[in-house]
Design a protein around this ligand. Structure first.
Ligand code: BV8
Length: 230
């Protein structure tokens, strides 16, 4: 019974047409991180930030899961040990691909958060600046996204899963953002076999026991086939 922990990043959604962050034509090439992915940026110009996430929510809604998302859902169904999927992605393509349990450590486009009372509720349409909280009625709704300088979600569950991992895989992430980029080190310290599946070497590639380079829609189904045959 092997426990598998998987961390995904924007690269797994690239072939579904969603932009990554740090590729040449990525989101950070068109937007300033400080302006759209920090609490200070939101305080400075909430309309810019709300528009940025409205645009990404609309794009994600039109996007379809690709073979990589679908392969991971098959692994979750057929693997006889635990499969813990942690994603840095805020889209719902893992869910669209059939994954039952997804830990969105950086939040989700389809969720709103009230800055006053911490209430969360599903959103499918555009959000507005000063949107009213469905619970406390204050005009303090914001996108339910973890910005830089904010605590990622689920860290205790993540650390527990990493401490029990026999296999840790990072898929489609450049390894630039912490604490996610540090998970491989934690898993390794607990004795996990670590593998990176990416289009090109990440910033933390040297910490992996195994690497498989290529497009996620090809490397992930092949890796899942290998796992399910063992
Ligand atoms: C925190 C919002 C503390 C959601 C995001 C100095 C040193 C170390 C750390 C820090 C530091 N200074 C500041 C920090 C902390 C900071 C950080 O790490 N900064 C970095 C930039 C240095 N981290 C934080 O602030 C985090 N919080 O530390 O809190 C704390 C403690 C106590 C109490 C309070 C607070 C919060 C981090 C979350 C920030 N939010 N985004 C959104 O808008 O989506 S991060 C952003 O980057 C996204 O979430 C994204 O998921 C994440 C990682 O990017 P990737 O997914 O890796 O995407 P990227 O484009 O970079 O790479 C894509 C990869 O895919 C590439 O490798 C490419 O080759 C590959 N690829 C492309 N196509 C394909 C492919 N692979 C396969 N197939 C393909 N077809």
């Amino acid at each position: 019974m092997t426990n598998i922990v998987i961390l995904t990043g924007a690269g797994i959604s690239a072939e579904s047409g969603l932009g990554t962050f740090r590729d040449a034509d990525g989101l950070w090439a068109k937007h300033n991180i400080e302006d759209v992915a920090t609490p200070e940026g939101f305080a400075r110009n909430p309309q810019l930030v709300v528009d940025f996430y409205n645009m990404r929510r609309a794009e994600a809604q039109k996007a379809q899961a690709n073979a990589a998302h679908i392969a991971l859902a098959e692994l979750e169904t057929r693997h006889n040990g635990a499969v813990t999927l942690i994603t840095q992605n805020v889209d719902d393509l893992h869910e669209k691909g059939g994954m039952q349990n997804v830990l969105h450590m950086h939040g989700q486009l389809n969720s709103a958060l009230c800055s006053s009372c911490d209430h969360r509720w599903p959103v499918a349409q555009d959000m507005q600046v000063g949107q009213i909280c469905r619970d406390c009625g204050a005009p303090t709704a914001r996108p339910d996204i973890v910005w830089f300088g904010e605590m990622p979600y689920g860290m205790e569950r993540i650390e527990t899963a990493l401490s029990r991992a026999d296999i840790f895989a990072a898929i489609g992430t450049s390894g630039n953002v912490y604490p996610a980029a540090g998970f491989v080190q934690m898993a390794k310290a607990y004795g996990a076999h670590t593998i990176e599946l990416n289009l090109e070497p990440s910033a933390v590639v040297s910490q992996f026991d195994e690497t498989r380079f290529g497009k996620a829609s090809e490397t992930v189904p092949a890796w899942v086939r290998d796992l399910l045959q063992t």
